[in-house]
Design a protein around this ligand. Structure first.
Ligand code: NA7
Length: 566
C-alpha cells in the first residue's frame, strides 16, 4: 500500500479461525502484514481449549472455512462434531496449505496499540518490547479467549491440581483414582463432565445454574455421508449466508402457542431425536420471542431430564429454571443427564448449598467439605470484549479503549469503534458473532475488511473511522432488536453478566446473519455510509474529512438503513 518498507499495511492479532483467514485475505490482496500470536502454535480458542471432551457444537460442514472449494473437498472430517484436536489438525492443515505460518510470530503477545494521529499509523508493541508501525490494526482475538476464573475465597490455597478449561495444559492429565471437582455447567463443563464420568475415582459437579442440554447425536462420518454433503456443498454455503444463524437449517414461522399439544410434541420429539444445536429454536418462529412459546420447549426438555435421571431429587436439581430456553447457549451432550445415574458422580446444587471457600483439601459449601484431588474450573470467559481490552489500545487524543467502553462496548456494525481510526474488530461486539455460525461470521467480516482496505488504497484514503452518530444509531438498533426477544431475561455472557463489574449490555447483534451481511454490503456500496473517510492529502493539510459535512446525511442514512429489523 505504501512506500516505506518499515511500515506495514496491517498488524493482525491472533491465529485462530479469524487470524488465519485475515492473513490469507489481506496477503492475497497485496497488503504487507504481520500477525502476532500469544501461543506457540495456531488454533486460537482451540489451541487453549484442549480439555477432555472439548468439541465444537456446530456440525463440521458449517463450522469450517467456505472460501476454498478445494479445501472443502479435500478435508475429510472424521466426526459430525469435531473435537478440539481435530479442529487443530484442520487449522494446521489450512496454515500449511496456504503458507500462512510465515506471517505469524508465535509466543508474542501484543501489549499495546497506540494510534499516531499525525501519521495515521498504529504503533503496536509486543511482549518483546518491540514496536511495529502499521496503517491498520486488526485484532482477530476471538470472542471466547480470555478465561474467567471463579472469584472464590481461598482458591489459591487448594492443595491439588487446578485447571481452567479455557487454558488446558498441552500434556495428558491423568485422572485415574483422582477425586475430581468441576465448577461450572456451561458448554465446557457439560463436555468435561461427560468425558470424566467413570474415568476418575469420583466426580463432584458444582452447579450454580442448570442449563438445557440437548442430544448431540454425534457419530463418525462415512465416505458416503461426506459425498452426500459435497454434492451440494456450494448450495448449502450459499443458503447459509442468507440465514439467521449462518447455517442452512429451515426455520419455521409457525407459532408454538397456536400449535396443538400433539403437533408440538411431534416436532419436539423429532428435534430431540434428530437434533443439532438449533433444532428446537427452528421448530417455531416465536420460541425466542414469546415466553409461553418458550416454556413449551423448556417443559418438554424438563420432561426428558425427569425420564433419564433415575433419582428424582437429582433430576429436580438438574431442571433448568429461571431463564428462557435458548437465552443462555444450550449445550450439546449425548450422555450428560445419564452420568448422574452413576454412583461415582455427585451433583452439588450451589443455589441450595453455596460455595463458602476453597481450602487445601477441597471445596467447602454450606453443607461441608467436598474433598478433591483435582479442581476443574469450567467457569467461562470474559467474552466478546475481554481479549481486546487486555491490550492497551489508545485512539484519537490518546483515549483508552477501556475508557470509551467503560459503560459498555460501542461499535458501528461491530466493525469499528468511533475515535479509533483504522482499527477493525473481527466479529466484534455489535455484530452477530457468537449468535451465528462463527466461521461464517469471520469470513464475512474479513472479506468486508479486505474490500474496505482495497477501496481505501484505490482511492488514496488513509483514514477510516466509525462516525459517532452512525455508531450510536447502530448500538440503539442492537438494543432495540434484542428487546423484542427473551434474551435479556437471562444472566448470560452475551450480556457480560458473568464478569463482576462488567457493564451489562447485550452485545451480539440479533438481527440475523443474512440481514446483517446485507447491511454491511449496503453500507460499503453507498461509499461506506456512516464511516468518516479522509484522503491522504487532506490528512496532511487540514484534517478535513472526505465525507465531513455529511454528518447529518450519514446519520439519517444510518437511521434509514436500520429500519429493516430482524
Ligand atoms: P459458560 O457458558 O459461561 O459457563 C460457565 C459456567 O460456570 C456456568 O455454569 C456458570 O454459572 C458457572 N460459573 C461461573 N462462575 C462461577 C462461580 N464463581 N461459581 C460457580 N459457578 C460458576 O462458559 P463455557 O466455557 O462453558 O462455554 C462458553 C461458550 O463456549 C459456550 O456458550 C459455547 O458457545 C462455547 P452461571 O450460569 O453463571 O450461574
Amino acid at each position: 500500500m505504501g512506500q516505506d518498507s518499515t511500515i506495514l499495511d496491517a498488524v493482525i492479532v491472533g491465529s485462530g479461525f479469524a487470524g488465519l483467514y485475515a492473513i490469507k485475505r489481506l496477503r492475497d490482496a497485496g497488503f504487507s502484514i504481520q500477525a502476532f500470536e500469544a501461543g506457540d502454535g495456531i488454533g486460537g480458542t482451540w489451541y487453549w481449549n484442549r480439555y477432555p471432551g472439548a468439541r465444537v457444537d456446530l456440525e463440521c460442514w458449517d463450522y469450517s472455512y467456505s472460501f476454498s472449494p478445494e479445501l472443502q473437498d479435500e478435508w475429510d472430517w472424521p466426526e459430525r462434531y469435531p473435537t478440539s484436536s481435530e479442529l487443530m489438525r484442520y487449522l494446521n492443515h489450512v496454515a500449511d496449505r496456504f503458507h500462512l505460518r510465515e506471517s505469524i510470530q508465535f509466543n508474542t503477545k501484543v501489549t499495546s496499540a497506540v494510534f499516531d494521529e499525525q501519521a495515521n499509523l498504529w504503533n503496536v508493541t509486543t511482549s518483546y518490547g518491540k514496536t511495529v508501525k502499521a496503517r491498520f490494526f486488526v485484532p482477530a482475538t476471538g470472542v471466547l479467549s480470555v478465561p474467567k476464573p471463579p472469584e472464590i475465597p481461598g482458591i489459591e490455597t487448594f492443595g491439588g491440581q487446578t485447571y481452567h478449561t479455557g487454558r488446558w495444559p498441552h500434556h495428558e492429565v491423568d485422572f485415574t483414582n483422582k477425586r475430581v471437582g468441576v465448577i461450572g455447567t456451561g458448554s465446557s463443563g457439560i463436555q468435561v463432565i461427560q468425558a470424566l464420568a467413570g474415568k476418575c475415582k469420583h466426580l463432584t459437579v458444582f452447579q450454580r445454574t442448570a442449563v438445557f442440554v440437548v442430544p448431540a447425536k454425534n457419530h463418525p462420518l462415512t465416505p458416503a455421508m461426506r459425498a452426500r454433503v459435497r454434492a451440494t456443498y456450494g448450495e448449502r454455503r450459499a443458503i447459509s449466508r442468507l440465514t439467521r444463524f449462518g447455517i442452512a437449517v429451515p426455520m419455521s414461522s409457525e407459532s408454538a402457542v397456536e400449535a396443538t399439544v400433539e403437533e408440538r410434541q411431534k416436532k419436539y420429539e423429532n428435534a430431540w431425536e434428530n437434533s443439532q444445536l438449533l433444532g428446537f429454536r427452528m421448530c417455531y418462529g416465536d420460541i425466542l420471542a414469546d415466553e409461553a412459546a418458550n416454556e413449551t420447549v423448556a417443559e418438554f426438555i424438563r420432561g426428558k431430564i425427569r425420564e433419564i435421571v433415575k433419582k428424582p431429587d437429582v433430576a429436580e436439581k438438574l431442571l433448568p429454571r429461571g431463564f428462557p430456553f435458548g437465552t443462555k447457549r444450550p449445550c450439546l451432550g449425548d450422555t450428560y443427564y445419564s452420568v448422574y445415574n452413576r454412583d461415582d458422580v455427585e451433583l452439588v446444587d450451589l443455589r441450595a448449598t453455596p460455595i463458602e471457600r476453597i481450602v487445601p483439601e477441597g471445596v467447602v459449601t454450606s453443607d461441608g467439605l467436598h474433598e478433591l484431588d483435582v479442581l476443574i474450573c469450567a467457569t467461562g470467559y470474559d467474552a466478546l470484549t475481554g481479549a481486546l481490552t487486555q491490550i492497551d489500545v489508545r485512539g484519537l487524543g490518546g483515549r483508552k479503549l477501556t475508557d470509551k467502553w467503560s459503560e459498555g462496548a460501542k461499535t458501528y456494525l461491530g466493525l469499528m469503534t468511533a475515535g479509533f481510526p483504522n482499527l477493525f474488530t473481527v466479529t466484534g461486539p455489535g455484530s452477530p458473532g457468537p449468535l451465528a455460525n462463527m466461521s461464517m461470521s469471520i469470513e464475512q467480516h474479513v472479506d468486508w475488511i479486505t474490500h474496505c482496505m482495497e477501496h481505501l488504497r484505490d482511492h488514496n484514503i488513509d483514514r477510516i473511522e466509525a462516525g459517532q452518530h452512525a455508531e450510536e444509531a447502530w448500538m440503539q438498533h442492537v438494543q432495540e432488536i434484542v428487546s423484542r426477544t427473551l434474551y435479556l431475561k437471562a444472566n448470560s455472557w452475551y450480556l457480560g453478566a458473568n464478569v463482576p463489574g462488567k457493564p451489562q449490555v447485550f452485545l451480539p447483534y440479533l438481527g440475523g446473519h443474512g440481514t446483517y451481511r446485507k447491511k454491511c454490503d449496503d453500507v460499503a456500496a453507498a461509499g461506506y455510509e456512516g464511516f468518516v473517510l479522509r484522503h491522504r492529502a487532506e490528512s496532511e493539510a487540514a484534517n478535513e474529512p472526505v465525507n465531513a459535512g455529511h454528518g447529518e446525511a450519514a446519520r439519517s442514512a444510518a437511521a434509514g438503513m436500520l429500519g429493516g429489523g430482524a
